[in-house]
Ligand binder design. Sequence first.
Ligand code: ADP
Length: 340
Amino acid sequence: MMSFREPSIQAAEETPAEDRVLRPQRFSEMVGQRAVFERLSIAVDASRKRGDVLGHILLDGPPGLGKTTFATCIPRELGTTLQIASGAALSAPKDLLPYLSNASEGSVLFIDEIHRLPIAVEEFLYPAMEDFRIDIILGEGVSARTINMPLRPFTLVGATTRAGLISAPMRDRFVMREHLDYYTVADLAEIVRRSAAKLSMPMDDGTADEIARRSRGTPRLANNRLRWIRDFSTSRANGLLNVGIAQTALEMQGIDEIGLDGFDRKYLETIHRVFGGGPVGLDAIAHTMSTAPDTLEDDVEPYLLRCELIIRTPRGRRLTSRGEEHLGKINPNGLQARLF
Ligand code: ADP
């Protein structure tokens, strides 16, 4: 008999209590990403009105921009249940079986990091997504038989930080594909104000703007920075909060005026100092920094590219003049000064 791993029905149990408090529960609580929000709202509304099962949805974009939040709001809007799985943990088709057989009609199955599914699992998913059935092979060799198992129609919501790694047949099976982009300072300031209210923190507009400017366009970082500022304010400022206190707290964490942290600057400095500004390959940078290329590609580079501090060329990464200027500004004693 095959042994099945019990699916985690809701990751909420595993996330710290404050994350749960800060994460929007309904579409109406979500800030920014208006175009994506509008399209998803229409699809959800239409499926609810017609009583149809919502089509499969692929969400992509850098970490911390709201993919999980959208995915967890969708079933609440539909009034249905949610199962959460991670692509990295689904190593064989049998790992998917409990999720697929548990899926009730019209429910949502969220697979995070869907680009990490092994090809065998991906191929197992195709008929499940397209025809709501799976083919199970029983036995081995000449006595092997294929059993066709029907599933209850469900909605798959996939999330990925690497849309480029999703195979074309997989991508084509998603009815909607939505890309989440970095947030504007105004949207992030609104998120900071809402989160501060939930955490019972004082917050004036100037301070919210300053935290937003230093949050790398990312709601998760805005919330993390806000929580650190709250700790700093409690421990060092008698619970007071203003722009100066927020700046001091963030500078203590090495976060500069455009929101880059020490690791981002170490990346820029490596290209500048070790590789003469580039062009240089990703692996060489990762090797020099003793880190994984994936970490740089997922977490560091997208924002630096977005800010035009670096560019990607066919021959590798290059620091732009804006990138050099930024290093000079935070390191006024000269670009040769070492950051690490
Ligand atoms: P991802 O899945 O893309 O890595 P999450 O959905 O986990 O990102 O978002 C991280 C946190 O940022 C959430 O817990 C939530 O508090 C906050 N957040 C994300 N998107 C929004 C949004 N549109 N409005 C308000 N808060 C958001």
